[in-house]
Design a protein. Sequence first.
Length: 144
Amino acid sequence: MHGEVVRRFTKHKQRYTSQRRLIVRVLAESDRPLMILQMLKRSSSTKKVLAQSSLYRNLVVLENVGVVQRVFSTDDVARYELNEDILGHHHHLVCSKCGDIRDVRIPESLEANLDKTLLTIAKRSGFRLDQHRLDLIGRCGKCA
Ligand SMILES: [Zn+2]
Ligand SMILES: [Zn+2]
């Protein structure tokens, strides 16, 4: 994973600074997309601390080089995760009450069935399917 991140930085002639490395590490260790505040909190347990002042700017760079993507929830708070082609294909459990998102993986056989069905639907509309996104909306353990 790390090599791929470095490659993207090189390709875009951007520096992979220690702050940017730290953001990638915090996101890589998370089981869910994170809000800015959560990123700051999680980095405070490491030796290096994320600087809030440059966090937004660094996130923009990370988005531009294709390492980080924004995730949309049921609230208006921005959340970030590593790009799906780095993190691996997964889905999200989205809480409609508090907006929290958790990553969830579907068994491969089910993914294959899902792709088959979606491909049929897409074809019917003359649409070329590249990938799919599927969110599960409901209430998290805390809000249920
Ligand atoms: Zn919730
Ligand atoms: Zn899927």
